[in-house]
Design a protein around this ligand. Structure first.
Ligand code: PLP
Length: 400
C-alpha cells in the first residue's frame, strides 16, 4: 500500500451521493415543480409568472446593443462600471436621501439573486441563524442554507395585513442570530412595509446588534403609497445591506443586473466572493442598466399605471368571488385566501389548473404564513386577467 494514502478513507464502494449534505437536503422550489406541469399544457392563462410581461423598453435595449457594437465585450471592474455605480448612488440619494460612495460601498451583481447569495455567504459563519420574514421570495431560505446558515422563519399574518409584527421577530432571536432578512414590496403578498414596523424592526436590530439584509427589488412598483428604504431609516445604514436591481422596475429580468449597497466593510466582503465566483456582471447589461437610470423613468411610470389598472381588476374580482384579498400596494402580486374552497393551497392550484387551465402558485411555496393562500401575478394582459377571473368564477361555483 502506498504510504501517501495512509489514514485516508479508502473504499471499493461507490458513494450513494457525491453531493454535499446541505445540497441533498435542499427542497426543490415549489414554483419550479408547478411550472414543469404548466409547460406541458395548452390554453393555460398563467397568473403564476413572477416577471414583467413587458419587453425591455426600446431605449434601454438599444443601449445594450450599442455597447456590444462599440466593442464593450470585455470584463468590467469587479465591482461593475464606475458609471453604473455612480448612477445607482445618485438614484438612491435622490430617491431616498441616502448616500453611498460608489468607489467602496456599491457592488454590481448578477441580479438580486447573486447579491443575496453574496450577502449571506459573506455574513454567515456555519450554524448562524438568519431570521427570515415569510411568506417571501422562494430563494431566501435556500440561500441561507447554502451559505451554511440556519433560516428561522417568522411568518407575517393576514390579520396583520401581512405586515411584520416586530415582537415576533424579537422572540425568534437567539445567541446564534446574525441577521434579519426582509423583502418589501413583498413577493408574494404585494405588501409594502409600513414605516412604523420598519422603525421598530430597526430598533430591535440595534438592540441585538444584528445585520439587516433588505431586498428592495420592487421599490418603484408601488401604488399610492411610498416605499420606505430600510437603510435610510435613522441609525440603520451601518448594519444594513440594501439589495436592489433592474429586473422588475425596468422589465429587465433577462439582463441580470442587481446591486448591493452598504457600509464599505460589508461590501468589500461581498466583493471578495464576487471576484472569485463571478468576476463581473455582464458588460453590455451594465450599459443598458445605466440607460434605464438615465431615461427609464417615463417607461416605469407607464408600466406602473398599467399594473395599477390590472391590480384594481384582479383584487376587485377575487374579492367579489369570496376569495378575500388584502389590497396589495406594491410589486405585481395579489394573494387571495382560498380556504373557502375547502381545500389546501396546493390542491387548489392543482385543481384550478386541471379544471380551468389557470395557473396560480400555492402560497405554501413561499414559507410559513403562505398556507391557505395562492399567489396571482397581474404581470399579464388585462384581457387575460378578465378571462382568468371568469374561469375562477366557474371553478368557485363548483367548489365554493
Ligand atoms: C423579492 C425578490 N428578490 C429577488 C428576486 C431575484 O431577482 P433578480 O435576480 O432577477 O434580480 C426576485 C425574483 O422574482 C424576487 O421576487
Amino acid at each position: 500500500m502506498s504510504t501517501a494514502f495512509t489514514g485516508a478513507r479508502q473504499s471499493t464502494q461507490v458513494r450513494q451521493s457525491y453531493l454535499a449534505e446541505r445540497v441533498q437536503n435542499l427542497k426543490p422550489s415549489g414554483i419550479r415543480k408547478f411550472f414543469d406541469i404548466v409547460a406541458t399544457m395548452k390554453d393555460v392563462i398563467s397568473l403564476g409568472i413572477g416577471e414583467p410581461d413587458f419587453n425591455t423598453p426600446e431605449r434601454i435595449l438599444q443601449a445594450g446593443i450599442r455597447s456590444l457594437q462599440n466593442g464593450e465585450t470585455h470584463y468590467t471592474s469587479n465591482s461593475g462600471t464606475l458609471e453604473l455605480r455612480r448612477g445607482i448612488a445618485t438614484y438612491l440619494e435622490q430617491r431616498y436621501g441616502i448616500e453611498y460612495d460608489p468607489n467602496s460601498e456599491l457592488v454590481i451583481s448578477v441580479g438580486v439573486s447573486e447579491a443575496l447569495y453574496l450577502a449571506l455567504t459573506a455574513l454567515l459563519d456555519p450554524g448562524e441563524e438568519v431570521i427570515v420574514s415569510t411568506p417571501c421570495f422562494v430563494a431566501y431560505q435556500a440561500e441561507v442554507i447554502l451559505a451554511g446558515g440556519i433560516p428561522v422563519e417568522v411568518p407575517t399574518l393576514e390579520d396583520d395585513d401581512f405586515q411584520i409584527r416586530p415582537e415576533t421577530i424579537e422572540a425568534a432571536i437567539t445567541p446564534r442570530t446574525k441577521a434579519i432578512l426582509i423583502g418589501f414590496p413583498n413577493n408574494p403578498t404585494g405588501v409594502v412595509a409600513s414605516k412604523k414596523c420598519l422603525l421598530e424592526l430597526q430598533d430591535i436590530a440595534n438592540r441585538y446588534d444584528l445585520a439587516v439584509i433588505s431586498d428592495e427589488l420592487y421599490d418603484q412598483l408601488v401604488y399610492g403609497v411610498p416605499h420606505v428604504c430600510f437603510a435610510a431609516l435613522p441609525g440603520a445604514r451601518q448594519r444594513t445591506l440594501l439589495l436592489g436591481g433592474f429586473s422588475k422596475n425596468y422589465a429587465m429580468t433577462g439582463w441580470r443586473i442587481g446591486f448591493a449597497a452598504g457600509p464599505s466593510e460589508m461590501i468589500q466582503g461581498l466583493l471578495r466572493i464576487h471576484q472569485y465566483t463571478i468576476m463581473c456582471a455582464p458588460t453590455m447589461a451594465q450599459a443598458a442598466a445605466l440607460e434605464a437610470l438615465t431615461s427609464g423613468q417615463e417607461y416605469v411610470d407607464q408600466m406602473v399605471d398599467e399594473y395599477n389598472r390590472r391590480r384594481e381588476l384582479i383584487v376587485g374580482g377575487l374579492n367579489q368571488l369570496g376569495l378575500t384579498t388584502i389590497e396589495p400596494h406594491g410589486a405585481f402580486y395579489a394573494f387571495p385566501k382560498i380556504t373557502i374552497a375547502g381545500m389546501d393551497d396546493e390542491i387548489f392550484a392543482q385543481m384550478l389548473l386541471e379544471e380551468e387551465r389557470v395557473a396560480v402558485v400555492p402560497g405554501s411555496a413561499f414559507g410559513l404564513g403562505g398556507e391557505g393562500f395562492v399567489r396571482c401575478s397581474y404581470a399579464t394582459a388585462y384581457e387575460r386577467i378578465e378571462e382568468a377571473l371568469h374561469r375562477i368564477e366557474r371553478f368557485m361555483r363548483r367548489h365554493g
